[in-house]
Every structure is written in structure tokens, then in C-alpha cells.
Design a protein around this ligand. Structure first.
Ligand SMILES: Cc1nc(C(=O)O)sc1CCOP(=O)(O)O
Length: 272
């Protein structure tokens, strides 16, 4: 099962680039749905992201095949009212198109016309679609059973919904407001990513720290400095530990380690 973040058109390019770079490792795809931005601004956004190392195969541009065609991005999400799929495919042969759909019949038409994937919504009640009735899962599950292309779901989806969607062949979930509207965007992404990893049979997300200048993936049961020292075989040794550039007194080794903490461990090697 895949996690797709959908941007909510509320952040400056600068903030969005910073945010997306932070959670790139936890998502499979991002739909850049920056509807109020000009073409130049969206181009600039893509340019900044790719220059700073964001994987361009994870980017889907909302609607604007013309913009995608000027960049290294080769995926476009066509909204219901967007370009007709067959002409879009004809004019932009190097781009794959997904289609937003709201019924079985729309799914069938999009599949027949060459959609690479389908995005069905809105599934559950959501502040992003106030006053519009949500569609529920019944028709979605008919669609997942009928067409041999990835079918994603969008609208009001929370981590507790993923089990049911996964069991019924939904290839991934697209999330906008509960990621980008959250006070802690990174934690919100991780709560979905954690659940998806469980569904996919993986471990819970591991924390990654900077250990003596190197990226280090913590064993999943490592909560504090003391357990980290044991994992490194250093619990019986004389060590100096710096946590985020501050020396840590020995009686504080039960301090929890957080994702992206910087830890320096100096240990003394005996000799004579
Ligand atoms: C952007 C969008 N498209 C939808 C569709 O049905 O095509 S629903 C939707 C809003 C996304 O919902 P949330 O903010 O709850 O993740």
C-alpha cells in the first residue's frame, strides 16, 4: 500500500520545499496541487525540489501536463474536469496520467482511455469537501476488483481506515488536510507511514539519528541513550556522550532519543 501526500495550496514555495524534503522518505508520491500558483511558480517549486535532491519520480503534478512536460516530472493527475485523457496521452506521450474519478462509470471510461491509475473520492467526510456527501467504500471496492491498474482513495482518510482499504485492494491513500493542515506535519505523515508499513508487513518506522557524523538507523527497541550504548556494545565502557552538541551527564542516559538527534560518543581505548 502506498502513501500519497496531496499539497493544500496554503504554503509558500519556500515552506513547501522545506516540508516536502523533511518527509520525502516516508511517502511514495506527492501530488503538487497548487491551484492558485502561476505556472512559473509551480515550475520554480519543481526546480527547487529536484535541485535539492527530492526524487522526481515521486512527484505528480496536478492537472498541468504542460508544466510537467517542461520538467523531469513525468506524472500528472487529471481532475474530473481536466483534459480528455486520450488527447493528453497523444500530446504528451512521455507522461503517465492518473484520473480523478467519482463513480464506477468514470473509472471504466478512464481505464479504457489509458489512465495509468485512478483516484477515487471523496471517501469519508472531510473538512476539505464541506457540504458534499461522501461516497463511502462500496463503489470503490467494486472498482478495485474490476480494473487491473492501481486504484487510490482520497478524502477524509485516517490511519485507522487503512486496514479495510488494504484488504479490499486499494493500492494507496492520498491525504491532504490531515497532513498539511496538521500542527506537526512530519508526525502526521509518520502516523500514516507507520500504519502502512505494518500493513505491508514491515517494521514500525525506525528513528534515524546522526551518530558521530554518520546516518544511523536505530534498532526499533532503542528508546534512550542507555539502550543505544548497549546496542553498540559500549555500556560497560567509559564514554562521553554528547546529545545535540551538549555533553550528557551519566544520570541522564535514560533521556529519550528522538528522530534526527545528533549524538557523539567518544570512548577510550585502553593501551599501554
Ligand atoms: C483534493 C481532493 N480531491 C478529492 C476528490 O474526491 O477527488 S477529495 C479531496 C480532499 C482531500 O481530502 P482530505 O483533505 O480529507 O485528505
Amino acid at each position: 500500500m502506498q502513501l500519497i501526500a496531496v499539497t493544500n495550496d496554503q504554503m509558500s514555495n519556500e515552506k513547501l520545499v522545506d516540508t516536502l524534503l523533511k518527509f520525502e522518505p516516508f511517502i511514495d508520491l506527492v501530488i503538487l496541487r497548487e491551484k492558485s500558483k502561476t505556472a512559473i511558480e509551480v515550475l520554480d517549486l519543481i526546480d527547487q525540489l529536484t535541485t535539492l535532491g527530492f526524487d522526481c519520480t515521486k512527484i505528480i503534478v496536478h492537472e498541468r501536463a504542460d508544466i510537467a512536460s517542461l520538467t523531469s516530472v513525468n506524472k500528472v493527475q487529471l481532475p474530473g474536469h481536466g483534459l480528455p485523457l486520450s488527447s493528453a496521452l497523444h500530446h504528451f506521450p512521455s507522461i503517465s496520467f492518473g484520473k480523478s474519478i467519482h463513480s464506477f462509470d468514470e473509472a471504466k471510461e478512464a481505464y479504457v482511455n489509458g489512465a495509468g491509475w485512478l483516484l477515487y473520492g471523496h471517501l469519508f467526510q472531510t473538512a476539505s469537501k464541506i457540504g458534499l456527501p461522501h461516497r463511502g467504500t462500496e463503489e470503490l471496492f467494486r472498482i478495485t476488483k474490476s480494473f487491473p491498474i492501481p486504484v487510490y482513495a482520497i478524502g477524509g482518510i485516517h490511519p485507522q481506515h487503512l486496514q479495510l482499504l488494504h484488504e479490499n485492494g486499494v493500492a494507496g491513500v492520498a491525504i491532504m488536510s490531515s497532513i498539511f493542515g496538521s500542527d506537526n506535519v512530519l508526525e502526521s505523515v509518520k502516523s500514516y507511514a507507520n500504519m502502512i508499513l505494518l500493513k505491508n508487513g514491515g517494521d514500525l518506522l525506525k528513528k534515524t539519528i546522526d551518530l558521530n557524523g554518520n546516518r544511523y538507523e536505530m534498532p526499533s527497541d532503542t528508546e534512550d541513550v542507555q539502550t543505544l550504548l548497549s546496542h553498540l556494545g559500549l555500556s560497560e565502557r567509559i564514554v562521553i556522550v554528547e546529545l545535540n552538541r551538549e555533553i550528557l551527564a551519566k544520570d541522564l542516559y535514560d533521556k529519550p532519543i528522538n528522530d534526527r538527534d545528533q549524538i557523539e560518543i567518544i570512548h577510550f581505548v585502553g593501551g599501554g
